[in-house]
Design a binder for this molecule. Structure first.
Ligand SMILES: [Zn+2]
Length: 178
């Protein structure tokens, strides 16, 4: 049952972008009624949908002027790598940015937050220390709104030529130094 809830929100990702950035380039949510995938235009809007997913499931009508009769915006297939998010993750506090990066071996994603001052925070402890040192964020950015839950990388969408895609270093220099 939990799995079903999870499948309602996903962040698909184009294969081409994997090597340089390994970051999400497309956001999508699945309609609760017809199960088609709708592309969500921005991370902000996506986070809004995700945060309310449990109480207020997404459907086609929530995307302006759309209906379940229309073709899906995007299909779940292996033409891109999909990562499925957990519903109910709070919206990122204003001024902060939540980033997800896929590991090179596609094993999992890592979450971090970027503060309004450009600092990268990788754990709850780092967030707590930052808010302690910068009490002006205490009200706008409660600790409970930071969440390090990562989406699940969908194995059936991981490219099969993964090994070929990894860089191969065969530099003579490097060898002679060792
Ligand atoms: Zn629909």
């Amino acid at each position: 049952m939990e799995e079903e809830e999870i499948a309602k929100t996903a962040k698909p990702k184009a294969k081409k972008d994997v090597a340089p950035g390994r970051v999400i380039d497309t956001y999508a949510a699945q309609c609760d009624k017809c199960h088609k995938w709708r592309v969500i235009d921005s991370q902000d809007e996506y986070e809004e949908v995700r945060s309310k997913m449990l109480e207020d499931p997404f459907n086609c009508e929530k995307k302006q002027g759309r209906s379940c009769e229309e073709a899906a915006d995007i299909d779940y297939d292996s033409s891109r790598t999909w990562v499925i998010d957990k519903p109910g993750i709070p919206k990122t506090p204003k001024g902060f940015k939540r980033s997800l990066v896929l590991r090179k071996d596609y094993s999992k994603m890592d979450t971090y937050y970027i503060t309004p001052t450009g600092k990268k925070l990788r754990s709850r402890n780092e967030i707590a220390a930052f808010v302690d040192a910068n009490p002006e964020f205490k009200n706008a950015a409660p600790l409970g709104d930071f969440n390090f839950t990562v989406p699940k990388v969908m194995e059936d969408t991981i490219p099969s030529d993964l090994k070929l895609a990894s860089p191969i270093v065969t530099s003579d220099k490097r060898i002679s130094k060792q």
